[in-house]
Design a protein around this ligand. Structure first.
Ligand code: FAD
Ligand code: SF4
Length: 484
């Protein structure tokens, strides 16, 4: 019998209050460290449905869900987890995709531990809800559905406007998805022979399988987004030609920051010295690990030094191990506390056998007959915090030492590639060569927007996606205003 209130009317039925699980964070299964260091298969294996539900059950469904503020694109985390608890996975994916077009990608590579998870109320007492793992599970759930059952955002009626996007990395893809959803015709121009930007050429298969990126990009094609490959804007065609000759009404530039930086130390021209970008592109995009089945070769070092302490350095070191190196060490000028790489990646690299040489700054690469034979480094100590807020490394005088190696991979940063801007001198750049754009991504040229690493310098996937989406909304307003 339904409950009856004081006046004798039926009272609304209240849902029984759910008791969240107080258990520890559900661990995610991983491939065995010794075995996985010999292949390119994915390391983190993802939750089963049972594990995902158990983890979702830990969420308190807080009235003030602080996790949402921690997410750079403000995904309604409480709501998607709420749907998961109820077993409504399709609704959960719909909530997720309102803000993030690539959940299976972001669930794998976003630094949630510094964003939504650190903002989760449970983080104060111990283990926050594993939001990233839940996002990944939902993203994979969606990808596993037949394409006609996948969650494809509704596309508005055609606006008649045509938008060009330069670059198919996370910024360009997010911008394309949003512009497509708003009813604009979208064409992406990508210089490489495959779309995805760093997701495809940089982040290795064992962290982000190519099929996941391809499947997420397929959804954009489903929405009508066209992708033109092998086209370098600034060489094949200029920025001006996109509007003047090709008739695009607005342009978004998401060309990333893919130009490698070197240290300018003696020996960097020796055979066996790679930029991390070249090394990872050969192996990931060109499949050099399958050479000679694949066309592109890669030098397989026996003893490999990787210089740097970010995700790019971790990816390079772990890739070198998988190519058969007997020893891989990482040289980083600060201490482990200052390393910008994700904790999970550092942990995985260490488990697989990468050696960490901290407070160690290379000063020269030595060689014989044109090939690398060693790395000369100096010991460092940490001083006061510098402009980045991290303690500044300082040389310990007279502490130089040499380590034997036959390969050096430089993972010390990247800059903006000037190809596009050289052919568009009217486009304003900042003093570091990145495109100058306001908070909405507007550049000094009418109808030309920019976002992602080409504006901020090397950052993260989710920040690039957020910038692409913000620009798409601004471009939509610009297009509609200009037609009035
Ligand atoms: P990109 O991803 O660089 O894409 C730019 C695209 O534009 C590329 O496809 C490029 O070929 C194309 N392009 C460039 N110039 C032109 C032109 N003139 N004409 C046509 N096309 C052009 N971030 C995380 O959040 N988590 C991680 O774990 C992580 N790991 C990383 C590992 C590696 C090895 C690297 C290199 C980066 C990593 N990052 C990570 C950073 C993250 O990938 C980038 O911040 C993000 O990809 C930037 O997106 P974007 O779209 O701005 O640029
Ligand atoms: Fe759930 Fe944590 Fe968000 Fe609260 S803050 S709703 S516990 S994920």
């Amino acid at each position: 019998m339904p409950p009856v209130d004081a006046s004798g009317n039926n009272a609304p039925e209240e849902k029984p209050r759910r008791k969240p699980s107080h258990g520890p964070r559900t661990p995610m299964p991983e491939a065995d460290a010794v075995e996985r260091a010999q292949n390119f298969d994915e390391v983190a294996l993802g939750y089963t449905e049972e594990q995902a539900r158990a983890e979702a059950e830990r969420c308190l469904q807080c009235r003030n869900a602080t996790c949402i503020e921690g997410c750079p694109v403000n995904i309604d985390i409480k709501s998607f987890i709420g749907h998961m608890i109820e077993g409504d996975y399709t609704d959960a994916v719909t909530v997720l995709k309102e803000r993030n077009a690539l959940p299976a990608v972001c669930g794998r590579v976003c630094p949630q531990e510094e964003q939504c998870e650190i903002a989760c109320v449970l983080a104060k007492k111990g283990d926050p809800v594993a939001i990233g793992r839940l996002e990944r599970w939902l993203g994979d759930f969606d990808l596993a559905c037949e394409i006609e059952h996948r969650c494809v955002p509704e596309v508005a009626e055609s606006s008649g406007f045509r938008c060009a996007i330069v670059g198919s990395g996370p910024a360009g893809l997010a911008c394309a998805g949003e512009l497509g959803r708003l009813g604009h015709s979208v064409t992406i121009f990508e210089s490489l022979h495959a779309p995805g930007g760093v997701l495809t050429y940089g982040i290795p298969e064992f962290r982000l399988p190519m099929h996941v990126v391809e499947a997420e990009i397929d959804m954009l094609s489903q929405m009508g987004v066209e992708i033109v490959l092998d086209t370098v804007i600034g060489a094949t065609m200029t920025l001006g030609e996109l509007t003047a000759e090709e008739g695009f009404d607005a342009v978004f530039i998401g060309s990333g920051a893919g130009l490698p930086v070197f240290m300018n130390i003696p020996g960097e021209n020796l055979n066996g010295v790679y930029s991390a970008n070249e090394f990872l592109t050969r192996v990931n995009l060109m499949r050099a690990y399958e050479f000679p089945k694949a066309d592109t070769p890669v030098w397989r070092g026996r003893k490999v030094a990787v210089v740097g302490g970010g995700n790019v350095a971790m990816d390079s070191a772990r890739t070198a191990l998988r190519l058969g190196a007997e020893e891989v060490f990482l040289a980083y000028r600060r201490s482990e506390d200052e390393m910008p790489a994700r904790i999970e990646e550092v942990h995985h690299a260490r488990e697989e056998g990468v050696e960490f040489k901290m407070l160690c700054a290379p000063v020269e690469i030595t060689g014989h007959d044109g090939f690398v034979t060693g790395l000369v480094a100096t010991r460092m100590e940490l001083g006061e915090p510098d402009a980045s807020g991290r303690r500044a490394p300082m040389c310990v005088m007279g502490s130089e030492f040499e380590i034997e190696c036959d390969t050096v991979i430089m993972a010390v940063g990247t800059r903006a590639n000037p190809i596009l801007s050289k052919a568009a001198p009217e486009l304003e750049l900042n003093k570091w060569g990145y495109i100058a754009a306001d908070d909405l991504g507007a550049t000094n040229l009418p109808g030309v927007y920019a976002g992602g690493d080409i504006v901020t310098g090397a950052a993260t996937v989710i920040l690039a996606m957020g910038a692409g989406k913000t620009s798409a909304i601004a471009m939509d307003a610009y297009l509609r205003d200009s037609s009035v």
